[in-house]
Design a protein around this ligand. Structure first.
Ligand code: TYM
Length: 354
Protein backbone atom coordinates (compact mmCIF):
# COMPACT_ATOMS: atom_id res chain seq x y z
CA UNK A 1 0.00 0.00 0.00
CA UNK A 2 1.63 3.26 -1.11
CA UNK A 3 2.27 5.97 1.45
CA UNK A 4 4.40 9.13 1.41
CA UNK A 5 6.56 10.22 4.32
CA UNK A 6 8.98 13.10 4.51
CA UNK A 7 10.46 15.40 7.13
CA UNK A 8 12.16 18.73 7.63
CA UNK A 9 14.40 19.64 10.57
CA UNK A 10 13.36 22.61 12.71
CA UNK A 11 16.81 24.15 12.84
CA UNK A 12 15.82 27.67 11.74
CA UNK A 13 16.54 29.53 8.48
CA UNK A 14 14.16 27.50 6.30
CA UNK A 15 15.22 28.40 2.78
CA UNK A 16 14.37 28.22 -0.89
CA UNK A 17 16.19 24.87 -1.25
CA UNK A 18 13.99 23.31 1.43
CA UNK A 19 10.94 24.72 -0.31
CA UNK A 20 11.74 23.81 -3.93
CA UNK A 21 13.60 20.57 -3.19
CA UNK A 22 11.06 19.26 -0.68
CA UNK A 23 8.07 21.17 0.72
CA UNK A 24 6.66 22.35 -2.63
CA UNK A 25 6.83 18.76 -3.87
CA UNK A 26 4.95 17.46 -0.81
CA UNK A 27 1.83 19.41 -1.79
CA UNK A 28 0.63 17.56 -4.94
CA UNK A 29 1.49 14.16 -3.42
CA UNK A 30 -1.16 14.59 -0.72
CA UNK A 31 -3.77 14.07 -3.45
CA UNK A 32 -2.11 10.97 -4.86
CA UNK A 33 -1.67 8.80 -1.77
CA UNK A 34 -1.87 8.92 2.03
CA UNK A 35 0.81 11.39 3.12
CA UNK A 36 2.65 12.09 6.36
CA UNK A 37 4.81 15.20 6.80
CA UNK A 38 6.88 15.42 9.93
CA UNK A 39 8.79 18.17 11.71
CA UNK A 40 11.79 16.15 12.86
CA UNK A 41 12.59 17.78 16.18
CA UNK A 42 14.43 14.72 17.53
CA UNK A 43 16.90 15.14 14.66
CA UNK A 44 17.35 18.82 15.54
CA UNK A 45 19.01 17.94 18.87
CA UNK A 46 21.81 15.89 17.30
CA UNK A 47 23.84 19.09 17.15
CA UNK A 48 24.00 21.77 19.84
CA UNK A 49 20.59 23.42 20.08
CA UNK A 50 18.90 26.06 22.18
CA UNK A 51 15.87 24.61 24.03
CA UNK A 52 14.36 28.09 24.25
CA UNK A 53 14.12 28.26 20.45
CA UNK A 54 13.01 24.74 19.53
CA UNK A 55 9.25 25.23 19.92
CA UNK A 56 9.42 28.35 17.73
CA UNK A 57 11.40 26.69 14.93
CA UNK A 58 9.08 23.65 15.11
CA UNK A 59 6.09 25.97 14.60
CA UNK A 60 7.94 27.72 11.77
CA UNK A 61 8.34 24.51 9.74
CA UNK A 62 4.70 23.66 10.45
CA UNK A 63 3.65 27.12 9.23
CA UNK A 64 5.70 26.58 6.06
CA UNK A 65 3.94 23.25 5.44
CA UNK A 66 0.53 24.87 5.86
CA UNK A 67 1.37 28.02 3.91
CA UNK A 68 2.75 25.96 1.02
CA UNK A 69 -0.65 24.29 0.73
CA UNK A 70 -0.45 21.05 2.70
CA UNK A 71 -3.95 20.43 4.01
CA UNK A 72 -3.87 19.02 7.56
CA UNK A 73 -7.22 17.33 6.95
CA UNK A 74 -5.75 15.31 4.08
CA UNK A 75 -2.14 14.84 5.09
CA UNK A 76 -0.88 14.16 8.60
CA UNK A 77 1.34 16.96 9.93
CA UNK A 78 3.05 16.44 13.29
CA UNK A 79 6.30 16.82 15.17
CA UNK A 80 8.39 13.69 15.67
CA UNK A 81 8.93 13.90 19.45
CA UNK A 82 5.18 13.56 20.12
CA UNK A 83 5.14 10.06 18.64
CA UNK A 84 7.27 7.74 20.82
CA UNK A 85 7.40 5.01 18.17
CA UNK A 86 10.09 6.89 16.22
CA UNK A 87 12.62 6.68 19.04
CA UNK A 88 11.67 3.12 19.89
CA UNK A 89 12.07 1.83 16.33
CA UNK A 90 15.30 3.81 15.98
CA UNK A 91 16.72 1.79 18.89
CA UNK A 92 15.84 -1.48 17.18
CA UNK A 93 17.46 -0.16 13.99
CA UNK A 94 20.58 0.84 15.92
CA UNK A 95 20.93 -2.87 16.56
CA UNK A 96 20.37 -3.72 12.86
CA UNK A 97 22.56 -1.09 11.17
CA UNK A 98 26.32 -1.72 11.18
CA UNK A 99 28.91 0.77 12.40
CA UNK A 100 30.58 0.46 8.99
CA UNK A 101 27.42 1.56 7.18
CA UNK A 102 27.02 4.66 9.33
CA UNK A 103 30.71 5.50 9.10
CA UNK A 104 30.32 5.93 5.35
CA UNK A 105 27.62 8.61 5.62
CA UNK A 106 28.99 11.77 4.01
CA UNK A 107 26.60 14.02 5.92
CA UNK A 108 27.97 12.72 9.23
CA UNK A 109 31.53 13.36 8.08
CA UNK A 110 30.63 16.90 7.00
CA UNK A 111 28.64 17.78 10.11
CA UNK A 112 31.05 16.20 12.57
CA UNK A 113 34.00 17.96 10.92
CA UNK A 114 37.54 17.37 12.10
CA UNK A 115 36.63 16.82 15.71
CA UNK A 116 34.71 13.58 15.17
CA UNK A 117 35.43 12.22 18.64
CA UNK A 118 33.41 15.08 20.02
CA UNK A 119 30.30 14.61 17.84
CA UNK A 120 27.21 13.28 19.60
CA UNK A 121 26.33 9.61 19.27
CA UNK A 122 22.96 10.90 18.06
CA UNK A 123 24.60 12.65 15.11
CA UNK A 124 26.27 9.36 14.18
CA UNK A 125 23.01 7.41 14.52
CA UNK A 126 20.97 10.13 12.77
CA UNK A 127 20.21 7.94 9.71
CA UNK A 128 18.80 5.08 11.81
CA UNK A 129 16.26 7.51 13.28
CA UNK A 130 15.47 8.68 9.76
CA UNK A 131 14.89 5.06 8.70
CA UNK A 132 12.60 4.65 11.72
CA UNK A 133 10.63 7.77 10.73
CA UNK A 134 9.89 6.25 7.36
CA UNK A 135 9.42 2.62 8.30
CA UNK A 136 7.25 3.20 11.39
CA UNK A 137 4.59 3.97 8.79
CA UNK A 138 5.84 1.41 6.27
CA UNK A 139 6.06 4.36 3.89
CA UNK A 140 6.94 3.57 0.29
CA UNK A 141 7.63 7.02 -1.20
CA UNK A 142 9.98 9.63 0.20
CA UNK A 143 10.31 13.00 -1.59
CA UNK A 144 13.59 14.72 -0.63
CA UNK A 145 16.43 16.79 -2.06
CA UNK A 146 19.53 15.18 -3.50
CA UNK A 147 21.50 15.49 -0.23
CA UNK A 148 19.31 12.80 1.40
CA UNK A 149 19.97 10.13 -1.22
CA UNK A 150 22.57 8.25 0.79
CA UNK A 151 20.33 8.23 3.87
CA UNK A 152 17.52 6.68 1.84
CA UNK A 153 19.83 3.98 0.51
CA UNK A 154 20.71 3.18 4.11
CA UNK A 155 16.99 3.02 4.94
CA UNK A 156 16.59 0.34 2.27
CA UNK A 157 19.62 -1.54 3.62
CA UNK A 158 18.14 -1.52 7.12
CA UNK A 159 14.73 -2.71 5.86
CA UNK A 160 16.41 -5.42 3.85
CA UNK A 161 18.54 -6.68 6.74
CA UNK A 162 15.56 -6.66 9.11
CA UNK A 163 13.47 -8.62 6.59
CA UNK A 164 16.27 -11.12 6.11
CA UNK A 165 17.40 -11.50 9.72
CA UNK A 166 13.87 -12.10 10.99
CA UNK A 167 12.35 -13.79 7.94
CA UNK A 168 11.36 -16.89 9.94
CA UNK A 169 9.58 -14.93 12.67
CA UNK A 170 7.85 -12.71 10.11
CA UNK A 171 6.53 -15.76 8.33
CA UNK A 172 5.59 -17.66 11.47
CA UNK A 173 3.65 -14.75 12.90
CA UNK A 174 1.97 -14.11 9.54
CA UNK A 175 3.14 -10.50 9.52
CA UNK A 176 4.74 -10.37 6.07
CA UNK A 177 3.51 -8.73 2.91
CA UNK A 178 4.40 -10.44 -0.37
CA UNK A 179 7.61 -8.99 -1.81
CA UNK A 180 6.44 -7.02 -4.87
CA UNK A 181 9.85 -7.32 -6.56
CA UNK A 182 11.17 -10.81 -5.83
CA UNK A 183 14.96 -11.11 -5.77
CA UNK A 184 17.48 -13.65 -4.57
CA UNK A 185 18.65 -11.30 -1.79
CA UNK A 186 15.22 -11.02 -0.21
CA UNK A 187 12.72 -13.41 1.36
CA UNK A 188 9.36 -13.68 -0.42
CA UNK A 189 7.59 -11.95 2.46
CA UNK A 190 8.63 -8.58 3.83
CA UNK A 191 7.72 -6.77 7.01
CA UNK A 192 9.23 -3.43 5.99
CA UNK A 193 8.84 -2.26 2.38
CA UNK A 194 11.83 -1.14 0.35
CA UNK A 195 11.34 2.60 0.11
CA UNK A 196 11.38 4.47 -3.16
CA UNK A 197 13.37 7.72 -3.03
CA UNK A 198 11.69 10.52 -5.00
CA UNK A 199 14.49 12.87 -6.05
CA UNK A 200 13.38 14.61 -9.22
CA UNK A 201 12.77 17.93 -10.91
CA UNK A 202 14.92 21.00 -11.54
CA UNK A 203 15.46 21.80 -7.83
CA UNK A 204 16.87 18.69 -6.17
CA UNK A 205 20.03 20.61 -5.32
CA UNK A 206 19.73 24.40 -5.03
CA UNK A 207 23.16 25.95 -4.59
CA UNK A 208 24.37 28.88 -2.49
CA UNK A 209 23.83 32.29 -4.12
CA UNK A 210 27.42 33.18 -3.17
CA UNK A 211 29.14 30.01 -4.41
CA UNK A 212 27.63 27.77 -7.07
CA UNK A 213 29.66 24.78 -5.88
CA UNK A 214 28.19 24.78 -2.35
CA UNK A 215 24.64 23.74 -1.54
CA UNK A 216 22.24 26.34 -0.14
CA UNK A 217 22.16 25.55 3.55
CA UNK A 218 20.51 26.61 6.81
CA UNK A 219 23.89 26.76 8.49
CA UNK A 220 25.82 28.92 5.98
CA UNK A 221 27.07 31.90 8.02
CA UNK A 222 26.34 34.27 5.11
CA UNK A 223 22.67 35.20 4.98
CA UNK A 224 23.25 36.41 1.40
CA UNK A 225 23.92 32.80 0.42
CA UNK A 226 20.27 31.80 0.79
CA UNK A 227 16.74 33.06 0.34
CA UNK A 228 14.93 32.42 3.61
CA UNK A 229 11.24 31.63 3.47
CA UNK A 230 10.59 34.53 5.82
CA UNK A 231 12.63 37.12 3.89
CA UNK A 232 10.79 40.27 2.83
CA UNK A 233 10.28 41.08 -0.85
CA UNK A 234 13.11 43.66 -0.60
CA UNK A 235 15.50 41.11 0.90
CA UNK A 236 14.68 38.56 -1.80
CA UNK A 237 15.28 41.09 -4.58
CA UNK A 238 18.52 42.27 -2.96
CA UNK A 239 19.90 38.74 -2.56
CA UNK A 240 19.17 37.90 -6.20
CA UNK A 241 20.73 41.19 -7.34
CA UNK A 242 23.86 40.39 -5.33
CA UNK A 243 23.98 36.72 -6.34
CA UNK A 244 27.33 35.69 -7.79
CA UNK A 245 27.32 35.27 -11.58
CA UNK A 246 29.76 35.42 -14.48
CA UNK A 247 29.97 38.09 -17.20
CA UNK A 248 28.61 35.96 -20.08
CA UNK A 249 25.03 36.20 -21.33
CA UNK A 250 22.78 33.16 -20.93
CA UNK A 251 23.33 30.38 -23.50
CA UNK A 252 20.53 28.86 -25.56
CA UNK A 253 21.23 25.25 -24.49
CA UNK A 254 21.93 23.42 -21.24
CA UNK A 255 25.40 22.40 -22.48
CA UNK A 256 26.36 26.06 -22.29
CA UNK A 257 25.84 25.98 -18.50
CA UNK A 258 28.14 23.02 -17.84
CA UNK A 259 31.07 25.05 -16.48
CA UNK A 260 28.93 27.86 -15.06
CA UNK A 261 27.54 26.63 -11.72
CA UNK A 262 26.14 29.98 -10.57
CA UNK A 263 24.32 30.60 -13.86
CA UNK A 264 23.03 27.01 -13.89
CA UNK A 265 21.72 27.45 -10.35
CA UNK A 266 19.78 30.62 -11.13
CA UNK A 267 18.28 29.02 -14.24
CA UNK A 268 17.27 26.01 -12.13
CA UNK A 269 15.63 28.26 -9.55
CA UNK A 270 13.74 30.10 -12.30
CA UNK A 271 12.59 26.79 -13.78
CA UNK A 272 11.40 25.41 -10.44
CA UNK A 273 9.57 28.60 -9.46
CA UNK A 274 7.86 28.95 -12.85
CA UNK A 275 7.09 25.27 -13.32
CA UNK A 276 8.93 25.31 -16.65
CA UNK A 277 11.83 23.11 -17.73
CA UNK A 278 15.36 24.53 -17.73
CA UNK A 279 15.38 24.22 -21.52
CA UNK A 280 12.25 26.34 -21.77
CA UNK A 281 13.80 28.99 -19.51
CA UNK A 282 16.95 29.08 -21.64
CA UNK A 283 15.01 29.45 -24.87
CA UNK A 284 13.17 32.38 -23.29
CA UNK A 285 16.36 34.12 -22.09
CA UNK A 286 18.97 32.95 -24.63
CA UNK A 287 21.53 35.68 -25.29
CA UNK A 288 20.26 37.88 -22.45
CA UNK A 289 22.69 39.30 -19.88
CA UNK A 290 22.17 38.87 -16.12
CA UNK A 291 21.10 42.52 -15.97
CA UNK A 292 17.91 41.31 -17.69
CA UNK A 293 17.62 37.82 -16.19
CA UNK A 294 18.14 38.75 -12.54
CA UNK A 295 15.30 41.30 -12.31
CA UNK A 296 12.98 38.80 -14.04
CA UNK A 297 14.03 36.13 -11.53
CA UNK A 298 13.59 38.53 -8.60
CA UNK A 299 10.06 39.42 -9.75
CA UNK A 300 9.17 35.77 -10.15
CA UNK A 301 10.62 34.83 -6.75
CA UNK A 302 8.77 37.65 -4.99
CA UNK A 303 5.53 36.76 -6.80
CA UNK A 304 5.78 33.14 -5.70
CA UNK A 305 7.24 33.54 -2.22
CA UNK A 306 5.71 36.74 -0.82
CA UNK A 307 2.18 35.30 -0.46
CA UNK A 308 3.63 32.28 1.31
CA UNK A 309 5.73 34.42 3.64
CA UNK A 310 2.63 36.48 4.44
CA UNK A 311 0.66 33.34 5.22
CA UNK A 312 3.47 31.93 7.38
CA UNK A 313 3.60 35.13 9.41
CA UNK A 314 -0.18 35.14 9.79
CA UNK A 315 -0.14 31.52 11.01
CA UNK A 316 2.75 32.14 13.39
CA UNK A 317 0.75 34.90 15.07
CA UNK A 318 -1.54 32.14 16.38
CA UNK A 319 0.72 29.45 17.87
CA UNK A 320 -2.27 27.80 19.54
CA UNK A 321 -3.69 26.86 16.15
CA UNK A 322 -0.37 25.43 14.96
CA UNK A 323 0.01 23.41 18.15
CA UNK A 324 -3.50 22.01 17.70
CA UNK A 325 -2.65 20.91 14.14
CA UNK A 326 0.47 19.11 15.44
CA UNK A 327 -1.41 17.46 18.32
CA UNK A 328 -4.12 16.20 16.02
CA UNK A 329 -1.54 14.94 13.53
CA UNK A 330 0.46 13.22 16.27
CA UNK A 331 -2.66 11.33 17.36
CA UNK A 332 -3.34 10.15 13.82
CA UNK A 333 0.33 9.25 13.29
CA UNK A 334 0.39 7.15 16.48
CA UNK A 335 -2.61 5.17 15.27
CA UNK A 336 -0.53 4.01 12.31
CA UNK A 337 2.86 3.62 13.98
CA UNK A 338 1.51 1.97 17.16
CA UNK A 339 0.41 -1.28 15.48
CA UNK A 340 3.59 -1.41 13.34
CA UNK A 341 5.70 -1.22 16.50
CA UNK A 342 3.55 -3.79 18.28
CA UNK A 343 4.26 -6.19 15.40
CA UNK A 344 7.95 -5.26 15.32
CA UNK A 345 8.21 -6.07 19.05
CA UNK A 346 6.64 -9.49 18.47
CA UNK A 347 9.05 -10.16 15.61
CA UNK A 348 11.97 -9.26 17.86
CA UNK A 349 10.67 -11.72 20.45
CA UNK A 350 10.14 -9.28 23.32
CA UNK A 351 8.01 -10.67 26.13
CA UNK A 352 4.74 -8.76 26.06
CA UNK A 353 3.61 -7.56 29.48
CA UNK A 354 0.83 -5.15 28.65
P1 TYM B 1 16.67 19.02 6.09
O1 TYM B 1 15.87 19.58 7.21
O2 TYM B 1 18.12 19.30 6.05
O3 TYM B 1 16.08 19.49 4.71
C1 TYM B 1 14.70 19.36 4.43
C2 TYM B 1 14.51 18.97 2.97
O4 TYM B 1 15.07 19.99 2.13
C3 TYM B 1 15.96 19.39 1.19
N1 TYM B 1 17.05 20.35 0.91
C4 TYM B 1 17.35 20.81 -0.30
N2 TYM B 1 16.82 20.57 -1.51
C5 TYM B 1 17.35 21.21 -2.57
N3 TYM B 1 18.40 22.08 -2.47
C6 TYM B 1 18.96 22.35 -1.27
N4 TYM B 1 19.98 23.20 -1.17
C7 TYM B 1 18.44 21.70 -0.12
N5 TYM B 1 18.75 21.73 1.20
C8 TYM B 1 17.89 20.90 1.81
C9 TYM B 1 16.47 18.15 1.88
O5 TYM B 1 16.97 17.20 0.95
C10 TYM B 1 15.23 17.66 2.58
O6 TYM B 1 14.41 16.92 1.70
N6 TYM B 1 17.38 14.20 7.20
C11 TYM B 1 16.41 15.15 6.68
C12 TYM B 1 15.12 15.19 7.47
C13 TYM B 1 14.46 13.89 7.69
C14 TYM B 1 13.75 13.12 6.75
C15 TYM B 1 13.28 11.98 7.45
C16 TYM B 1 13.48 13.29 5.40
C17 TYM B 1 14.42 13.21 8.88
N7 TYM B 1 13.70 12.09 8.74
C18 TYM B 1 12.52 10.99 6.81
C19 TYM B 1 12.73 12.28 4.77
C20 TYM B 1 12.27 11.17 5.48
C21 TYM B 1 17.04 16.53 6.71
O7 TYM B 1 17.95 16.80 7.43
O8 TYM B 1 16.41 17.45 5.96
Amino acid sequence: QPRVFSGVQPTGNLHLGNYLGAIARFVPLQDEMPAIYCVVDLHAITVKHDPALLAGTTREVTAAYLAAGIDPKKAIIFNQSQVREHAELAWIFNCIARIGWLSRMTQFKEKAGKNRENASVGLFAYPTLMAADILAYRATHVPVGDDQKQHLELTRDIAQKFNNDFADQIKELGLGIPNPTPSPELPDELFFPLTEPMIAGPATRIMSLRDGTKKMSKSDPSDLSRINLRDSAEEIAKKIRKAKTDPEPLPSEMDGLAERPEAANLVGIYAALSGKSKDAVLSEFAGQPFSVFKPALADLAVDKLAPMTGEMNRLLADPGHIDAVLRDGAGRASEIAGPVLRDARRIMGFLEGR
